[in-house]
Design a protein around this ligand. Structure first.
Ligand SMILES: Cc1ncc(COP(=O)(O)O)c(C=O)c1O
Length: 923
C-alpha cells in the first residue's frame, strides 16, 4: 500500500525528511526492475517497459547522487552506460551492488563496494589501530563536502590525491563529495547526512547547474539567503553561516587567496573553523578535517573508564562488585557475571582517583565532558545528572529559588517540579494548560495566561518576587512552545526573569533544524543575537513609544506582542533533559543545560543544590553513557532525528489514510492537538497532501504551539479500547511497549532507535486488530454491535471535564483577596507530618457532598497524582472543589499516587487550619 503510493511520487526535494530515504528506496526498486529486465533478456524477450521503468527511476535518483560520495562517478557511469547500451546483465548486477551497499552501509568500509568490476566482499577501506576499534573493527567513515570553482573534470584527480594522504594512524576514513556552487553546497549539507566537514574554496558561483526552484525558495526563506543581495566576495562566508545555522555541528574550512589574516579576525569568519591560504598544503586540510571530527568523537570520560577497566587494580574501598571478583568467584551468583559480562564490573569503582574524576567536584574528564556537552547542545554550561530529570528538576529549582520567591508554573508539569517547590519553599503560582478534554489530556499553557499571571503580580506589587517561569517543552503529548516568543514577551514585563524549560522528552531536538527552533537553548541563542543587534534598539524605541510603561491594568497588553528593553534584558535560561529518554544514555542519565548571563550569581547555589540531590556514589556507567550519547548526537544526531521524524510522518500518513485501520484508529493531527486560536497558520496536518514543508516551517516559526510529529497520540477509543487496556493488549499479544495512555488514547513515540520494521509491525498490528473488530461485529450480531457502540461512546464522548487548580486555602495565602494565586505549599505539606492534623474521607461518602455544599472546606493534605493523566489534581493546601471530586469519581485508573481508596482522601482538619497562623512570607 505505502509502497505503491510512494512509487507514484517522484523524489520531492521539498520533502526534506524523506528525500534521503526515498533515495535508498529508489535503488531497491530499481534493483527489482533491473532483475525483471535482465530475466526478460535472458528469456530472449527483452521487456522494454522494465527498461523504461529502470531509466525513470535512475533519472529520479540521479539528481541526488551528485551530493553523495557513494556510489560516485565510476559506478554511476557504469550504470548509465549499461542502460544506454542495453546491457541488462551489467545494469542489474551493478544496481544490485549499489542498492545492497546503501542498505547495509558496506560502502563505508569495503573497497569492493566502490568497484564496478569487483564482486563480493572486498578489502576494508583501511586498517584500524586498536585504540579506535569500533565494534565491527572498522574505522568510522564520513564524507567531506567540497564546494569548489574548479573544473569538474579535475575532481576525480583531487579525490585520488586525497586518498593518497590516508595514513594507518588516521582515526577515521573519509571520502570527498565535490560540488560547484553555493546552492549545491547548501543542498549537499542538507541532504547528505554522511557529511561531517565542509571545505569551501573561494570563488564558486551561486547557481546550481540543476534547475531547483524549490530549493531556491527554501534557501531564501530558511537559510535566509537572498541571491540578489550576496556580494560575490562573501559567497563562501555566507554559505558557511547558512550551513552552520542548519547543522551547527559541522566543521567548516575555507581556502581563499584573500587576505586571510584580516578575514580570520572578522565576524564574517566566525562560523569557520579554520581558514587556509589557498596555496597551502592539502595535508594540512586533511589533518584539520580529521582533527575536527576527532574533537566531536572524543568522549573523555568514557575513554578513561575503558582505560581504567584494563588496569590491574586492587580495590580496598567499598563496592565489592568492582572488578567482579565477588561475582565471578561466587558459587551462587556467577550467572550475574555471565549475563552482564566482565566490563561492567571492571569499569566499576567507588574511587575518584585513577583519572575517574568526581561528579560532585569535577576537575578532569567529567569537567571536560560537561564542556563538550555544553558545546554540543548550544548551552553555556552543562551538568550531568545521574538520577533522572526528576532530580535534575529539583536541583535547578533549588538552585534558582529561595523561600518566598514566586514561580509561575504549569500545574500539569512533572511532579518533580512540585516537590522541588516544596523543598525550596518557593511559592507556586499555578497556571493552567489548555485542556484537550476529548482525549482527557492537557495541551500547554497559553502565553496570554502566563502574561496575565505576570501582570497580576505586577498589579499587586509583587513582580519583584516572581523569579521563575517553569514550563514543560515539549509536553508528554508533543506540544511544543514557541520558546522565543514566550521568553520575549515575559522579559518585556520582567527583564531578569529566569526560565526553566523541562525538555525531558526533547533533548534530541537540538540536532535537527526543525525541532531546534522550538528549544530553550535555540531560543536563548536567537534572543541573545536579536537583542544585541543595533536595529533592535530602534524596534524597541518604536514599541516603547506605543506601549508606554506596560500598565498591568491595560488588558490590551495581553494581545500585544511585547518586547523587552535591550538595556535591561538578561537571558537566563535553564533546560533539563532526560538524555535517556531520547538519546543513547542509560536509564536515569540526564542533563542540565544553562544559558544564564548571570550564572556567576547562581553558581554557588547551583553547587549546593547539586550536592543536596546528587548521590555521593554516582553510577559511573551512567556518566559514561552521557558522554557517549553526546558524541553520537554530535556526529549522527542530524541523521537520526531526521529519520525518526520521517518514520513518524509515515506512520501518521499510513494510519490515517488506511481504509480499514482509520475506521477504528486515528493519529491525532496538529489541528486536533492544537486549537485554532494557537495555530495562526491554520495548518491542519504535516506534509503533503495536507501542507507543504514551507507551510510547516512557517507554522513552527510562528504559531503559538506546534505539535512534535514524533509523538503520536493514537486514538483507540473508537476501537472500543481504553488507553490502559490497549497498552496491555499491545504488550501481551504483540510485544509492543508504550508508556503513556489517556482515557481513549495511547502515546506512540518514535525515537532514534526505531526502524522501518518497527513502523511496519505497528501498522500490521493495527490492521490485524481492525480486521478482528470487523469480524467480531459482523459475526456476533446486533447485541454485540450495540454494546460496542455504547463502549466507544463512553470512551469517546462521555469524557470527564478536567479540573482546574482551584486555589490554596486562605491560611496558605499572603493575600486571600488578591487575584494572583500563589500559595505557601511547603507548610501545608509539612502540616500533614503530624497525624493529628489530618483526617480521611472516603470518595463515595455523602460527607464529601455535604462538605462541598455546606462546608467546612476540604483541604488536601498531600499531592494526589493519577496515572494517567499524571498531573497532580490536588496539591498540599489546595481547596477541593466539586470539579475535582467529580473527576476523581469518574476516574477509572488504578494507579493514583497519594490516594488510598481504602482510607479515602487525606485532608487537613479544619481545626488544624484554624490554628495555623500565617507567619512572615517565606515560611
Ligand atoms: C516532563 C517530564 N519531566 C521530567 C520527567 C522525569 O524524568 P526522569 O524519568 O528522567 O526522572 C518526566 C518523566 O516522565 C517528564 O515527563
Amino acid at each position: 500500500m505505502a509502497e505503491s503510493r510512494e512509487r507514484g511520487r517522484s523524489i520531492d526535494l521539498r520533502d526534506f525528511f524523506s528525500a534521503a530515504e526515498a533515495r535508498t528506496d529508489r535503488w531497491r526498486q530499481m534493483s527489482a526492475v533491473a532483475r525483471a529486465w535482465e530475466s526478460s533478456v535472458t528469456r530472449g524477450k527483452p521487456d522494454e517497459a522494465s527498461r523504461d521503468e529502470a531509466a525513470k527511476l535512475l533519472g529520479e535518483v540521479a539528481i541526488l547522487e551528485d551530493y553523495w560520495a557513494y556510489p560516485g562517478t565510476r559506478l554511476m557511469t557504469t550504470v548509465r552506460d549499461a542502460l544506454k547500451e542495453g546491457n541488462a546483465a551489467v545494469f542489474a548486477r551493478v544496481v544490485q551492488k549499489i542498492s545492497n551497499a546503501l542498505l547495509t552501509g558496506s560502502y563505508r568500509h569495503e573497497t569492493a563496494a566502490w568497484d564496478p568490476l569487483e564482486e563480493g566482499e572486498g578489502r576494508v577501506l583501511d586498517v584500524l589501530p586498536p585504540e579506535v576499534q569500533q565494534g565491527n573493527g572498522q574505522k568510522p567513515y564520513f564524507e567531506a563536502l567540497v564546494v569548489t570553482p574548479n573544473d569538474p573534470r579535475g575532481w576525480e584527480r583531487a579525490r585520488n590525491d586525497l586518498r593518497r594522504l590516508r595514513r594507518p594512524e588516521d582515526q577515521f576514513v573519509y571520502e570527498l563529495v565535490q560540488v560547484g556552487s553555493f546552492e549545491d553546497g547548501a543542498i549537499g549539507a542538507i541532504f547528505n547526512t554522511n557529511v561531517q566537514a565542509v571545505v569551501l574554496y573561494d570563488g564558486f558561483e551561486f547557481r546550481s547547474r540543476h534547475d531547483l526552484p524549490v530549493m531556491r525558495d527554501f534557501l531564501l526563506r530558511h537559510l535566509r539567503v537572498d541571491p540578489n543581495s550576496v556580494a560575490p566576495g562573501s559567497l563562501a562566508t555566507t554559505l558557511a553561516r547558512a550551513i552552520k545555522g542548519f547543522r551547527p555541528e559541522l566543521d567548516i574550512y575555507l581556502l581563499t587567496d584573500r587576505a586571510v589574516e584580516h578575514l580570520a579576525g572578522s565576524d564574517e569568519a566566525a562560523p569557520i573553523r579554520r581558514i587556509f591560504h589557498a596555496v597551502e598544503e592539502l595535508m594540512e586540510v586533511h589533518l584539520s578535517i580529521l582533527d575536527g571530527v576527532s574533537e566531536r568523537y572524543d568522549a573523555p570520560y568514557f575513554a578513561n573508564l575503558k582505560k581504567y577497566a584494563q588496569r590491574p587494580i586492587g580495590t580496598f574501598h567499598a563496592l565489592p562488585i568492582a572488578r567482579g571478583k565477588s561475582v565471578f568467584r561466587s558459587n551462587w551468583i556467577r550467572d550475574m557475571g555471565h549475563f552482564y559480562g566482565t566490563n561492567i564490573f571492571l569499569a566499576e569503582s567507588s574511587a575518584t582517583t585513577g583519572g575517574l574524576d568526581s561528579l560532585l567536584e569535577p576537575t578532569g574528564n567529567i569537567k571536560k565532558a560537561n564542556e563538550l556537552t555544553a558545546r554540543a547542545f548550544g548551552a553555556k554550561r552543562a551538568f550531568f545528572g545521574t538520577n533522572g530529570t526528576s532530580t535534575s528538576n529539583k536541583i535547578v529549582v533549588q538552585a534558582i529559588c529561595k523561600p518566598g520567591d514566586i514561580v509561575i508554573v504549569d500545574r500539569n508539569c512533572h511532579k518533580s517540579h512540585h516537590y522541588g517547590l516544596v523543598l525550596s519553599g518557593a511559592q507556586p503560582y499555578y497556571v493552567e494548560a489548555y485542556p484537550l478534554t476529548q482525549y482527557s489530556m492537557y495541551g500547554a499553557v497559553p502565553l496570554r495566561t502566563i502574561k496575565k499571571a505576570l501582570l497580576d503580580c505586577k498589579a499587586e506589587g509583587k513582580l519583584d518576587r516572581v523569579k521563575v517561569v517553569d514550563l514543560t517543552n515539549c509536553t508528554f503529548d508533543g506540544h511544543m512552545y514557541n520558546t522565543r516568543r514566550v521568553m520575549e514577551e515575559c522579559l518585556a514585563i520582567k527583564p531578569d526573569l529566569i526560565f526553566l524549560w523541562d525538555e525531558a522528552w526533547f533533548g534530541f531536538a537540538r540536532f535537527n533544524p526543525f525541532h531546534r527552533r522550538r528549544t530553550a537553548m535555540g531560543a536563548a541563542a536567537a534572543l541573545t543575537a536579536r537583542y544585541r543587534d543595533p536595529a533592535y534598539k530602534q524596534e524597541y524605541a518604536a514599541f516603547a513609544a506605543k506601549a508606554g510603561s506596560l500598565d498591568p491594568k491595560n488588558d490590551k497588553l495581553l494581545d500585544m506582542h511585547l518586547i523587552p528593553d535591550p538595556d535591561k534584558v538578561r537571558i537566563r535560561v535553564y533546560q533539563t533533559n532526560s538524555t535517556h529518554k531520547s538519546m543513547s544514555a542509560l536509564r536515569q542519565g540526564s542533563m542540565m543545560l544553562v544559558w544564564d548571563e548571570d550564572f556567576h550569581h547562581v553558581e554557588g547555589t547551583f553547587e549546593e543544590a547539586f550536592f543536596t540531590h546528587t548521590s555521593t556514589s554516582p553510577n559511573l556507567q551512567i556518566i559514561a553513557s552521557l558522554d557517549i550519547a553526546r558524541r553520537q548526537m554530535e556526529l549522527e544526531g542530524y541523521e537520526l532525528t531526521m529519520r525518526m521524524t520521517e518514520l513518524a510522518l509515515k506512520i501518521r500518513r499510513e494510519v490515517n489514510s488506511h481504509p480499514l485501520i482509520s475506521k477504528y484508529f486515528h493519529v491525532a493531527t496538529a489541528e486536533e492537538m492544537v486549537p485554532a486560536e494557537f495555530r495562526a497558520s491554520g495548518i491542519k496536518d504535516y506534509g503533503p497532501p495536507n501542507s507543504s514543508w514551507k507551510d510547516v516551517l512557517e507554522a513552527w516559526d510562528n504559531d503559538e504551539f506546534a505539535l512534535d510529529p514524533t509523538r503520536l497520540t493514537v486514538i483507540c477509543g473508537a476501537a472500543g479500547f481504553d488507553g490502559t487496556q490497549f497498552k496491555g493488549l499491545l504488550a501481551e499479544r504483540f510485544d509492543i511497549q508504550i508508556n503513556k495512555t489517556s482515557r481513549n488514547s495511547i502515546l506512540v513515540q518514535t525515537n532514534i532507535n526505531n526502524t522501518r520494521s518497527d513502523a511496519a509491525h505497528l501498522i500490521r498490528v493495527l490492521a490485524e486488530l481492525s480486521r478482528e473488530i470487523e469480524k467480531n461485529l459482523a459475526e456476533k450480531g446486533k447485541a454485540e454491535q450495540e454494546a460496542f457502540a455504547a463502549r466507544t461512546k463512553s470512551l469517546m464522548t462521555d469524557v470527564p471535564d478536567l479540573p482546574n487548580f482551584s486555589r490554596f486555602h486562605d491560611v496558605f495565602r499572603d493575600n486571600p483577596k488578591g487575584v494572583s494565586n500563589e500559595g505557601h505549599m511547603r507548610p501545608a505539606f509539612f502540616m500533614a507530618y503530624d497525624e493529628a492534623n489530618c483526617e480521611f474521607v472516603k470518595l463515595a461518602s455523602k460527607d464529601i457532598d455535604s462538605r462541598l455544599k455546606n462546608g467546612p472546606e476540604m483541604v488536601s493534605a498531600n499531592f494526589v497524582i493519577p496515572y494517567p493523566p499524571g498531573f497532580p489534581i490536588m496539591v498540599p493546601g489546595q481547596v477541593i472543589t466539586e470539579e475535582t471530586i467529580t473527576f476523581m469519581r469518574k476516574l477509572d485508573v488504578k494507579e493514583i499516587h497519594g490516594y488510598n481508596a481504602g482510607k479515602g482522601l487525606e485532608l487537613l482538619k479544619p481545626e488544624a487550619l484554624a490554628e495555623h497562623r500565617p507567619r512572615a512570607t517565606g515560611r
